[in-house]
Design a protein around this ligand. Structure first.
Ligand code: HEC
Length: 146
């Protein structure tokens, strides 16, 4: 009985930590699933920083800027995709038999969260369906780069 009381007393201050724990839990789920907020924020970043070249519908511009629908870069390895944003790309990429000769500028001025949002948006727009990208995944690539 004494033990029970002790446990009850112990549990009281613990409840104060529950909101923090719930928050942490939320973060972990955000890793796996695509959150609506992330798509909304990502769309804003996309319109501002990507649409001028890749177009609002992700269709790109023939021979200049590649499309973003169902390419191996968008749907494939997350780290490679993150690096395209952080470092830019000047590889004359070939997509669906067309080469795109424009260079893509590096956009490392964007924050980790902004890059995570925009890439999650791209990976879930224009006919794409792929997992979310988190700010910590972006951060890991940025740290590697330095
Ligand atoms: C100044 C024009 C420009 C801007 C702005 C730009 N890109 Fe690009 N992007 C390009 C070009 C050109 C390539 C091809 C580069 C190459 O051939 O190496 C490319 C390649 C890519 C690729 C890999 C190829 C593909 O089609 O899958 C992705 C993904 C991508 N860009 C995403 C983005 C995102 C997301 C943004 C905004 C955060 C962005 N780009 C902003 C021009 C641009």
């Amino acid at each position: 009985m004494k033990k029970l009381l002790f446990t009850a007393l112990l549990a009281l201050p613990l409840t104060l930590f529950v909101p923090a724990a719930a928050q942490a839990q939320k973060k972990t789920t955000a890793k796996a699933t695509v959150q609506r907020d992330q798509l909304l924020e990502g769309k804003k970043v996309y319109s501002k920083f990507c649409a001028s070249c890749h177009q609002l519908d992700g269709g790109g511009v023939p021979n200049l800027n590649p499309p973003l629908s169902k390419t191996i870069y968008v749907l494939g390895d997350k780290n490679r995709l993150i690096k395209i944003i952080l470092n830019g790309s000047n590889e004359s990429l070939e997509i669906d038999g067309e080469t795109y000769s424009n260079p893509m500028p590096q956009l490392d001025i964007l924050k980790d969260q902004e890059i995570a949002d925009v890439l999650t948006y791209v990976r879930n727009s224009f006919g794409n369906k792929a997992g979310a990208i988190t700010a910590s995944e972006v951060k890991a690539q940025r740290t590697k780069k330095k």
